[in-house]
Ligand binder design. Structure first.
Ligand code: FE2
Length: 328
């Protein structure tokens, strides 16, 4: 096995991934899969370094959605509340990360690439993923990001879904990732996906019967996991603290699929039963083309990439509705 001490800041050609360790080229955004990587001992993930990174990210936040830190008390009972709620003020986050083993905390550092060392890591990993996947990945990426999760022992990340393509790298500690098929309509209805793509902050509900359909991936340092766009999941740390990095990105085709779902969300609100994406390519092209035309050409953050076109489309409708309501 290749050394884990690969330089992350040089332009050397050593891969940070074992590209033979997973079905990168056939399963990208189709099926989740495990793989191996060489980052487990990288000094970029020492707790003291991550605590300083959190400070850097907090200082760089300018109200956009590219760089921010989320911090909350660790929870040990899975799927009992919404994942993206109950956050705490971030003034104690530096100490919480340094003492994560006993601080009882859950921390997400988003936009780590504001620090040039992590930008270098992102660049290197996207290059390696491009080789592994066998497609011109970087040409197809509209937005990308490094997020780092730091969690106390036995803490959970509740059931949720994400809008990004996710390559997750386990750095420290062992954890279980519980994944669900995004194409299983008993798990995730068309309306669920439409609402998720159209409405920022929307939430999907976990039901106990879903347990029978979950695939569990055991993650350890040096192991990775690909989570396809919109594949629901929840995660449990085992009896050590956990450091996990995610390389997240929007690909053009998956973003166009999200735009189709946004138009379908509008149609459903008009009591029209919309055609799901993939059934009628011409209709898909019309829907995604409409949103694409309205999407800003200079996005400031992922929200702009995903939803600026949809927001333009719905603004006039909202205004007309508001005016009509006010006249009643
Ligand atoms: Fe997630």
């Amino acid at each position: 096995m290749q050394s884990a001490s690969v330089s992350l800041t040089s332009s050397g050609s050593s891969s940070l991934l074992d590209n033979t360790s997973g079905p990168f080229s056939t399963q990208l955004n189709h099926e989740p899969f495990a793989f191996s990587h060489y980052l487990a001992d990288a000094p970029l993930f020492d707790l003291a370094r991550l605590a300083d990174l959190a400070k850097t990210v907090i200082a760089s936040n300018r109200g956009d959605r590219n760089h921010y830190v989320l911090f909350k008390a660790a929870e040990s009972l899975a799927n009992v509340s919404k994942q993206w709620t109950n956050f705490q003020p971030i003034d104690r986050v530096h100490e919480a990360i340094r003492h994560i083993e006993e601080s009882g905390s859950w921390v997400l550092i988003t936009g780590a690439q504001i620090d040039p060392a992590y930008q270098d890591l992102l660049d290197n990993l996207l290059r390696d993923l491009e080789v592994s996947c066998g497609v011109p990945l970087r040409e197809q990426i509209l937005w990308s990001c490094v997020s780092i999760f730091v969690g106390s022992p036995n803490s959970v990340t509740h059931y949720h879904m994400d809008s990004e393509t996710n390559f997750l790298f386990q750095i420290h500690g062992n954890k279980e990732a519980h994944l669900f098929d995004r194409n299983d309509r008993e798990i995730l209805s068309e309306a669920d996906i439409e609402t998720f793509n159209a409405v920022d902050g929307s939430h999907i509900e976990f039901r106990d019967e879903f347990h029978a359909k979950e695939r569990v991936f055991d993650l350890a340092p040096g192991k990775g996991l690909h989570i396809p766009v919109n594949a629901p999941h929840w995660v449990r740390n085992l009896d050590d603290y956990s450091v996990t990095m995610s390389i997240l990105f929007y690909m053009r085709e998956e973003t166009r699929r999200a735009w189709v779902y946004q138009v379908n969300h509008l149609l459903r609100k008009l009591s029209i039963n919309p055609t799901p994406p993939g059934k009628a390519p011409l209709i898909d092209n019309l829907k995604s083309g409409l949103i694409g035309c309205l999407t800003t050409r200079s996005p400031r953050d992922k929200q702009d990439v995903l939803r600026s076109g949809y927001h333009w489309l719905t603004k006039p409708a909202s205004s007309v509705y508001r005016i009509a309501s006010a006249r009643k």
